[in-house]
Design a protein around this ligand. Structure first.
Ligand code: SF4
Length: 377
């Protein structure tokens, strides 16, 4: 994730130690657990192909052992997702198990069942991220249920009323990109804590045809960077690290490079990993190439598993690794490259660097000097 509010507004957040770490780690800091494919919605852009049928979840014991393993690996955050994670019967036990091990618990939810399902586990939850993809008509269309927007917003308000940290998750698509201001206004009006804009990844039911083109993407991110200068909440983007480079190109501030260097760009399979509802371990939710099978995660990173090894060395494989910004980007989202080209190591098709450079020219020499001089900024 790229914290635009940190880059543009200097706003510090608790999650900065994960977003801008000061040292390398052997194991992931963030583990995303896809607890279930069951869901009461049927979203057009669902990355996990959830909903629409009844799925059998893995036994609780699998997830408890996974959490124990995560604890022994020093995982800092667990994100409970799905499907709709609150529809998984034993979600409370999993959240409690994580909290008992000092792991921060985040829930990624469609928000519609928060009022009924959140209270039993609220004491074990640190953050609730509610998906909201625009105003009612647009959100309901994307989510496949009339009234989904109203319920999601009510759910976010309810979670907030319990004293929890709550934010929105907005996926940028061709159907909603011009509503980003409406989403920002919602965060402000509802006094929420965060909003994260996700770039679409073409996996599950999310097809490339639903995405914006790269000029539009660049326009949207430029706009968000401008807004991020003065927000009183956390404003992030996810799944396209070139957004951080754009912040540098616009501001020309070399000190931003220190933050981007610490962030390291896409670190799927290194600092982040995902476990599917079937117990398969992947680099992230959007890259359907397995690393191995849970719950014995440690050995996958100790081994390391072949994919972990290659991801650690991705500079040797990724098509665009000669890009001068590779050290702060790491080549973007592998899953999107795979979806479009069939090659895991191809260029991320959502990279808009060339157009960004033509709008905000900065000499490569200027960048290289800033980049290689540790005292600069
Ligand atoms: S060309 Fe590759 S490394 Fe450079 S900004 Fe784009 S995705 Fe990142």
């Amino acid at each position: 994730m790229i914290s635009l509010s940190r880059l543009m507004g200097g706003r510090n957040e608790r999650g900065d130690s994960v977003r801008f770490p000061t040292s390398e780690r052997k194991y992931p800091a963030v583990l995303i657990l896809g607890l279930t494919r069951n869901c009461n919605l049927n979203c057009l852009h669902c990355y996990s192909n959830s909903g629409g049928a009844k799925f059998i979840d893995l036994p609780l014991d699998f997830w408890l052992r996974t959490v124990e393993e995560a604890g022994s690996m020093g995982v800092r955050h667990i994100v409970l997702t799905g499907g709709e994670p609150l529809m998984m019967r034993e979600v409370r036990e999993i959240a409690r198990h994580a909290q008992d091990r000092g792991i921060s618990v985040e829930i990624s939810t469609n928000g519609t069942v928060l009022r009924t399902s959140l209270p039993p586990l609220a004491e074990y939850v640190n953050y609730v991220g509610v998906s909201l993809d625009g105003p009612p008509q647009v959100h309901d269309e994307l989510r496949g249920l009339k009234g989904a927007h109203r319920k999601a917003l009510e759910g976010a308000r309810f979670a907030k009323s319990l004293g929890l940290k709550v934010g929105l998750r907005f996926t940028i698509t061709a159907l909603n990109w011009w509503y980003v201001d409406e989403a920002l206004n919602t965060v402000e009006r509802e006094r929420l804590d965060r909003i994260c804009f996700y770039h679409l990844a073409y996996v599950g039911r999310a097809e490339r045809a639903l995405d914006v083109d790269n000029s539009t993407r660049l326009n949207v991110v430029e706009h968000l960077l401008d807004k991020a200068k003065g927000v009183n909440y956390e404003l992030l983007t996810a799944d396209n690290p070139v957004d951080g480079i754009l912040a540098y190109l616009i501001t020309g501030k070399p000190e931003l490079l220190n933050l981007l260097r610490a962030n390291g760009g896409n670190r799927s399979g290194e600092r982040v990993a995902y476990i599917s509802p079937e117990g398969v371990v992947y680099p992230d939710q959007f890259t359907p190439v397995p690393i191995g099978v849970g719950p014995h995660l440690k050995e996958l990173w100790d081994g390391p598993a072949p994919l972990v090894e290659k991801l650690r060395e991705r500079r040797r494989y990724v098509e665009c690794s000669s890009c001068p910004f590779f050290p702060v980007c790491n080549g973007g989202l592998r899953g999107r490259a795979l979806a479009v080209t069939g090659d895991l190591w191809a260029k991320d098709p959502s990279c808009y660097l060339q157009e960004a450079l033509s709008r905000h020219p900065i000499s490569v020499q200027e960048y290289t000097t800033s980049h290689v001089n540790p005292h600069n900024g």
